[in-house]
Write a protein that binds this ligand. Structure first.
Ligand code: ATP
Ligand code: MG
Length: 581
């Protein structure tokens, strides 16, 4: 079942949002750890790890796992390792390793000197595999992948042993050593655990633990032509690093018996790490799979892994997300035991809350319409003090120049206003933020009847934005001075997917069918306050009345490019209010 609301466990924190002292809501993993600590199972120690496979960039789902693993370690005074689970060399690359380290650090976590690679344990894993063979707990099998599948049976039909199971320890050991020596081609043989071909759990029907793969490894070089399978390698990595709580996603629940089997059969020192499964994060309108994200990158449907539309950590960063907002989101959604779908509006809400506190306000006009103040003196320039952040008085004010020719937002003008339109239209008076009241007197059009300019007058008694007679226009508009403003590009983003959940909406249609063709709108010729001339890539601002924007690395000197991080409209706040009301 899909549920769109965050879990109930999230609500206590929401009420205390912003308060440092609020205790984090408890969840079942904290409870398990508390139990272990009470029973003294790990001597009160908490040692977790974040174990990405370096086969792509990290996404917001991984961020959740990072916050959980590093967060629990912090909370319990323990440690969290960063470990590359690099057992599949054909898909792994150094670029991914670098990006992962960068992303974890950016999120605000530190593995100190505990950076590990599963591939550094290959020799030990190999020796342990020999030990299993010697114990009669593993054998070399000559079946092809198809044959392995056939003999394995199904959920309703037990599997059957193949003849190789009976070849004897000596023969298996000899063949395994020759596999390592490179005598056989890819796929010719495998090493399999010898457990139970009739087990109710298919993962226990003699799973493959080593395969032949003549491929160089990004970290281990050409030292190996056999590689351990994930299910064999992972418990060993955890045991080697003395991990106490091995937290993974739900799909590994059925693999836990094999996880325990490996560690038990190898008689590794107690206490053995405890695997704990939680529900992976799914977000509406969001692809949450490295494989699919890689397809987008390869097909050129996005500009790269860090395209601001991507749910990758690097994409979110470029878009203008803050690590604080992502960490807050992770805490609020809690940890669930059942798969669910979280509304992306909650993530955006966390972001707005954070940016609202710290983003400097500026005025920017995305679709400029020229305004000429007929009664303002040619060449005159005034400067107005405009607050940098009404949420934060310490942020102070800045001087914004004002002159005869201005730009306002095209959307703030209608020649024939619809009901309740209080902004500019012929004859109407509005306030220009922190400046003057102006009244629209005349509309200038080009030969094609497009509005190209408004002729207005200003009321000099309203300097600073208030009238001595107390009258108050119903609309306050943002503006920039034409001669002072900087030209800029703005990139407006929408969800990558047109539907909340392509799997649910799919009716058999591929997820690519739901890609949003309008996910990027590029606006050139925008005009922004001159104070933005010194803005650097990564700087974040609130463009008044428009949304939060972040400077993109594509910016050139004097030609800034802004990504719209998120609009000001907060649909989650409304949902929350309804829930409370
Ligand atoms: P993907 O399915 O996107 O390829 P993955 O699980 O294969 O992801 P890994 O590199 O193996 O990627 O994941 C590293 C860690 O991140 C694992 O512990 C995994 O359980 C966790 N993780 C991955 N996706 C999510 C998610 N959506 N929510 C929470 N944790 C996740
Ligand atoms: Mg994986």
């Amino acid at each position: 079942m899909k549920e769109k609301k965050p879990r109930a466990g999230a609500s206590p924190r929401q009420e205390h949002a912003g308060s440092e002292t609020a205790a984090p809501p408890t969840h079942f993993i904290r409870e398990i750890i508390n139990e272990h600590n009470k029973a003294g199972k790990f001597g009160g120690k908490v040692a977790t790890r974040f174990p990405p496979e370096p086969n792509g960039y990290l996404h917001i789902g991984h961020a959740k796992s990072i916050c959980l693993n590093f967060g629990l370690a912090q909370e319990y005074g323990g440690t969290c390792n960063l470990r590359f689970d690099d057992t599949n060399p054909t898909k792994e690359e150094q670029e991914y390793i670098d990006s992962i380290e960068n992303d974890v650090r950016w999120l605000g976590f530190d593995w100190e000197d505990r950076l590990y690679f599963a591939s550094d344990y290959f020799e030990q894993m190999y020796l342990w595999a020999e030990k299993l063979i010697t114990k009669g707990k593993a054998y070399v099998c000559d079946c092809s992948p198809d044959e392995v599948r056939e003999w394995r049976g199904t959920l309703t039909k037990p599997g059957q042993p193949c003849v190789h199971r009976e070849r004897g320890r000596e023969a298996s050991l000899d063949l395994f050593r020759r596999m390592r020596a490179g005598e056989f081609p890819d796929g010719a043989r495998t090493l399999r655990a010898e457990i139970d071909m009739t087990s109710g759990n298919i993962n226990m029907r003699d799973p493959v633990i080593y395969r032949i793969l003549h491929a160089p490894h990004p970290h281990a070089g050409d030292a190996w032509c056999i590689y351990p399978m994930y299910d064999y390698a992972h418990p060993l990595e955890d045991a080697i690093e003395n991990i106490t709580h091995s937290i993974c996603t739900l799909e590994f629940e059925d693999h836990r018996p094999f996880y325990d089997w490996v560690i038990d059969e190898l008689e590794l020192p107690e206490p053995h790490p405890q695997q704990i499964e939680f529900a992976r994060l799914n977000l509406t309108h969001t692809l949450m799979s490295k494989r699919k994200l890689l397809e987008l990158v390869k097909a050129g449907l996005v500009i790269g892994w860090d395209d601001p539309r991507m749910p990758t950590i690097s994409g979110l960063r470029r878009r203008g997300y803050t690590p604080e907002a992502i960490r807050d989101f992770s805490e609020r959604i809690g940890v669930a035991k059942r798969d669910s779908m979280v509304d992306i509006a909650l993530l955006e809400h966390c972001l707005r809350e954070d940016l609202n506190r710290r983003a400097r306000r500026v005025m920017a006009v995305l679709r400029p319409l020229k305004v000429v103040l007929e009664n303002y003196r040619d060449g005159q320039v005034e400067e107005f003090d405009v607050p940098n952040n009404p949420e934060d008085p310490a942020a102070g004010t800045r001087k914004v120049p004002f002159s005869k020719v201005l730009y306002v937002e095209r959307d703030d003008f209608r020649e024939s206003p619809p009901p309740k339109f209080y902004r500019l239209y012929p004859g109407n008076e509005v306030r220009l933020r922190s400046a003057y009241f102006i009244t629209c007197k005349e509309v200038v059009k080009d030969a094609d009847s497009n509005v190209v300019e408004l002729r207005c007058t200003y009321d000099r008694s309203t300097r600073g934005g208030s009238a001595p007679d107390g009258r108050r226009p119903k609309a306050t508009l943002h503006w920039v001075s034409a001669n002072h403003a900087l030209e800029a590009e703005a990139r407006l983003y929408d969800h990558l997917l047109t539907v909340p959940d392509p799997d649910a909406a799919g009716e058999g249609k591929d997820w690519k069918w739901f890609l949003n063709p309008g996910s990027l709108e590029t606006l050139r010729g925008c005009r922004v306050e001159a104070t933005l001339a010194g803005a650097r890539p990564g700087d974040r601002f609130q463009f008044e009345r428009l949304g939060y924007f972040c400077v993109d690395p594509d910016s050139a000197a004097g030609k800034p490019v802004f990504n719209r991080t998120v609009t000001l409209r907060d649909s989650w706040a409304k949902i929350e209010q309804k829930q409370k009301g």
